[in-house]
Write a protein that binds this ligand. Structure first.
Ligand code: AMP
Ligand code: GLY
Length: 422
């Protein structure tokens, strides 16, 4: 099978690494890819916002399956446009991708499907939004409706912070994403990411993971795309997983189908495990990054079989196996991330780190510059360890981090602290 994978981050290197191990994968192309994916297949310099150019490439190269990594192409309708050419795509249609593309869409779905989530209000003008938060009080959560590259959510601890966030969003601080604002009750509990494979009708649980969103040790500093993750998350017991499937995932999938917009792809539920049970914080319509960098190393089943079964509506008969091991990944980021990162700095020792036992180094924002690997983005490497416990996986990951010689980078030193503290 000829496969085209769309994306260029650590998630896509992890997917490419796993796909390339499948005996069913005869050729793997990654667009645009990174120096890590180049070790798993052929990088192609396609402009993925030009859907017709992607379609032409697929036809010319007899691509049997396109796998879309990030959300932006899905929300932009890449799956629909390729589908019109008869090209098979793993990933939701534009309408189904609204589960990530619009927070108001997802809140309305929760109402319709009786999915437990935070109480909320929707606003298209600042005055009623300000009146609402003054009535509700802080802490309270202010969210831009649309995609805002991880900057669209403000967990306001004070009323002043909430009012500032509302004014920032309605004065165009986040562009079109902030034209509508959702204001939510602040949920208290432990956060967990849960991944499910969907074929429009069936939903197959994949695995759980826990991300570390803040830039600094001890969960301090500004939010990032994620500074590290581990899987499985101990808070997600088997009983909790069943509850989440019954109360959250299945009603959502069934409602999407009933509406005539079935969801096919990876559904990533951001959950808060509160003292009254699991509640949905948000949906994403793709694998998480860096969560994918801990899921793929644990997956034993052939990924091509799984994704093809999802595309063909055959998940009902599909089984899945995971390694009985924990995985933990540490993001190495370029200086000044999540502000404008300092790029171009030389990274040494990546191969030496990757050669350590039970260790994988996934590339994210890197670039080949002659013989050197240099930083080319905010999150640059995802250094993953496997082990019998989260603690053992953590030790492997940090041993590998310490093998990498990169004065221009930094990482958190406490990835996994919650699981290890238990
Ligand atoms: P994201 O949309 O991924 O940028 O999410 C931002 C983060 O804000 C989430 O991962 C949660 O930590 C937090 N968050 C979002 N909504 C709520 C809520 N209703 N209550 C508490 N925390 C929230
Ligand atoms: N790590 C969170 C995300 O991928 O959205």
């Amino acid at each position: 099978m000829n496969i085209l994978l769309i994306g260029s981050g650590g998630r896509e290197h992890a997917l490419a690494w796993k796909l390339s191990q499948s005996p069913r994968c005869s050729a793997l192309f990654i667009a645009p890819g990174n120096p890590g994916t180049a070790q798993c297949g052929t990088n192609v310099a396609l402009n993925v916002t030009d859907h017709e150019a992607v379609a032409r490439f697929c036809i010319e190269n007899a691509i049997d399956l396109v796998i879309v990594g990030p959300e932006a192409p899905l929300v932009a309708g890449l799956a629909d446009d390729l589908g019109r050419h008869g090209i098979r795509v793993f990933g939701p249609t534009q309408q189904a991708a609204q589960l990530e593309g619009s927070k108001a869409f997802t809140k309305a779905l929760c109402d319709e499907a009786h999915v437990p989530t935070a109480r909320y209000g929707r606003f298209t003008a600042p005055e009623p939004a300000l009146a609402y938060v003054r009535k509700q009080g802080a802490p309270i959560v202010i969210k831009a409706d649309g995609l805002a590259a991880g900057k669209g959510v403000v967990v306001a601890m004070t009323l002043t912070e909430a009012e500032d966030a509302i004014r920032m969003m309605f004065s165009g601080g986040l562009g079109k994403a902030g034209e509508e604002v959702v204001i939510e009750e602040c949920l208290i509990g432990e956060e967990v990411s849960f991944f499910v494979l969907c074929d429009g009708e069936n939903a197959m649980p994949l695995a759980s993971a826990q991300d570390h969103k803040r830039v600094g040790d001890g969960d301090t500093g500004p939010n990032t795309g994620g500074m590290g993750a581990y899987s499985p998350a101990p808070v997600m017991t088997h009983a909790m997983e069943q509850r989440v499937m019954e109360e959250i995932i299945l009603p959502s999938i069934q409602t999407m189908k009933k509406r005539g917009t079935p969801f096919k792809g990876v559904l990533f539920a951001g959950l808060m495990i509160t003292h009254t049970g699991p509640k949905l914080i948000e949906y994403n319509v793709r694998f998480g990054d860096p969560e994918c960098e801990v899921l793929m190393p644990r997956l034993e089943t052939d990924l091509v079989d799984l994704l093809e079964a999802a595309v063909e509506g055959r998940l009902g008969g599909q089984s899945i196996h995971w390694k009985d091991e924990a995985a933990l990944t540490v993001i190495m980021a370029a200086e000044n991330y999540p502000g404008t990162p300092k790029t171009g700095t030389v990274i040494k020792g990546v191969e030496k780190a990757a050669a350590l036992a039970d260790t994988l180094v996934f590339h994210a924002g890197t670039k080949q510059d002659g013989a050197n690997i240099v930083a080319n983005g905010g999150r640059v490497l995802a250094v993953t360890g496997l082990g019998k416990s989260v603690a053992e996986a953590q030790k492997r990951a940090y041993d590998a981090v310490d093998t990498i010689d990169w004065p221009g980078g930094f990482c958190r030193r406490d990835i996994g602290h919650r699981a290890i503290g238990r």
